[in-house]
Design a protein around this ligand. Structure first.
Ligand code: UDP
Ligand code: MG
Length: 329
C-alpha cells in the first residue's frame, strides 16, 4: 500500500542512537492513524548503523534502507530520501533525536490544514557548544540579509513537505545543495511549529567545522550574488581614494609640502591594500567558478550501493545502471 506519510532519516555513524530513535519513531507512528514508511539513508557509515537497521526492513514492511557507496553528505542524504519517498507528506528528521519525533503529529495536523511546508523552528538549542549557537545565530541572520529569498531563521532541515514540494524539488538540478534554502525558494504555503531542540541523545556531532563551513558557503553562494557585487563597491572606493590622493599629492608638490619618504609609505600602504582587495575578490570569484564547474560536471548527487525493503518511487538517480549491486539479497 502506498504510504501517506514518509519519514526520511539521514544516518551517518549513528550506531549509538539509532535504536532509540527507531523506537521513538515507531511509537509516534503507531499512534497516528495513517500508513507510513521510514526511509533510512545510510550516508556511507563506517560503523554498524546499516547492520542494525537492515533486520528492521525484514521485520517491518514500512522500514526501508538506502546505502550510499560512500559519504556524500547530509544534504545529499536527505535529497535521496525525498527522491525515494512515496508519501503524500514527507518528514525529514535527524537520526540523533535532536529533533523530537513527537512533533510529527503536530506537523501532520498543520499539513492537513492545507500547508505544504511545515518547518520546525528551534526555540532553544540544548547541548550545543556556545560557539555553535553563536555562529549559527549570526550566520542565519547574515544569510537573511544577503539573500533575496526569505529563508527563515533558526530553522534546520527538520520539516514536513507535501509531495507537490517534493516534485518541485526534483526539478532543481543543483549539486551544492542547501535544501532548506531551496525549499524556501520554492514558495508554497509555509508555516512552522516551534520546539525545544534537545541535546544529541548519544554519540557526537557528525558535522565538523569543515562540513559546517561548506554548508554555510553553499547557503550564501546559492542564494545571493552580493559577494560578487562587493568587488564593485570596493573598486569604486579604491578609485575615489586614489583620486583624492593624487589631488593631494599635486597640491602638496605645488606648495612644496611633500616629504618624499612619507609619500612613499602611503604608496606602499595603498598598494598593499589594493593587493589585498584584489586577492579577496579573486577568492570570491574562484568560489563561484568552482561551483559553476561543479554544476557543469553534472555528476549524480549520490550513488546507491544497496537498497533494502520495497520502494515505491524510482527517484532522481534511481538505480543507476551498473552502479547498484544487489549483492546477497
Ligand atoms: N549526517 C549525514 N551525513 C553527514 C553528516 C551528518 O547523513 O555527512 C546526518 C547525521 O547522521 C544526522 C544529521 O545528518 O542524522 C545531522 O547531523 P548531526 O546531528 O551530526 O549535526 P548537528 O546536529 O551537530 O548539526
Ligand atoms: Mg545533531
Amino acid at each position: 500500500m502506498r504510504p501517506e506519510l514518509s519519514i526520511v532519516v539521514p544516518v551517518y555513524n549513528e550506531e549509538e542512537v539509532i535504536e532509540i530513535t527507531h523506537q521513538r519513531l515507531v511509537a509516534v507512528l503507531s499512534q497516528m492513524e495513517l500508513a507510513s514508511e521510514i526511509i533510512y539513508v545510510n550516508d556511507g557509515s563506517q560503523d554498524r548503523s546499516a547492520e542494525i537497521i537492515r533486520p528492521w526492513c525484514l521485520e517491518d514492511g514500512k522500514v526501508k534502507l538506502i546505502s550510499f557507496s560512500r559519504n556524500f553528505g547530509h544534504q545529499a542524504a536527505i535529497t535521496c530520501g525525498m527522491d525515494k519517498a512515496a508519501g503524500k507528506a514527507i518528514v525529514i528528521i535527524d537520526a540523533d533525536l535532536q529533533d523530537p519525533p513527537e512533533l510529527i503529529p503536530e506537523m501532520v495536523a498543520k499539513w492537513r490544514e492545507g500547508y505544504e511546508v511545515v518547518y520546525g523552528k528551534r526555540k532553544t538549542r540544548a547541548g550545543e557548544t556556545r560557539f555553535k549557537k553563536i555562529t549559527a545565530s549570526v550566520y542565519y541572520r547574515l544569510l537573511r540579509k544577503l539573500s533575496d529569498v526569505e529563508i527563515p531563521t533558526d530553522v534546520g532541515d527538520f520539516r514536513l513537505i507535501d509531495s507537490k514540494v517534493r516534485a518541485a524539488l526534483l526539478q532543481l538540478p543543483e549539486h551544492n545543495r542547501y535544501v532548506r534554502g531551496l525549499i524556501s525558494w520554492l514558495g508554497y504555503r509555509q508555516t512552522f511549529v516551534e520546539y525545544e531542540r534537545d541535546a544529541r541523545a548519544a554519540g557526537e556531532t557528525k558535522y565538523p567545522l569543515r562540513k559546517m563551513l561548506k554548508l554555510a558557503g553553499d547557503g550564501v553562494t546559492s542564494f545571493s550574488y552580493k559577494p560578487l557585487k562587493i568587488s564593485i563597491y570596493l573598486g569604486v572606493l579604491f578609485l575615489v581614494a586614489n583620486f583624492l590622493f593624487i589631488i593631494y599629492a599635486v597640491i602638496a608638490k605645488i606648495f612644496n609640502l611633500l616629504r618624499m619618504d612619507a609619500g612613499f609609505v602611503v604608496v606602499i600602504c595603498l598598494m598593499l591594500f589594493s593587493f589585498g582587495a584584489v586577492l579577496i575578490m579573486l577568492g570570491v570569484i574562484g568560489e563561484y567558478i568552482g561551483r559553476i564547474f561543479e554544476e557543469a560536471k553534472n555528476r549524480p548527487l549520490y550513488l546507491i550501493q544497496r537498497e533494502d525493503g520495497i520502494f515505491f518511487k524510482e527517484g532522481r538517480c534511481g538505480t543507476c545502471p551498473g552502479l547498484t549491486e544487489a549483492e546477497d539479497a
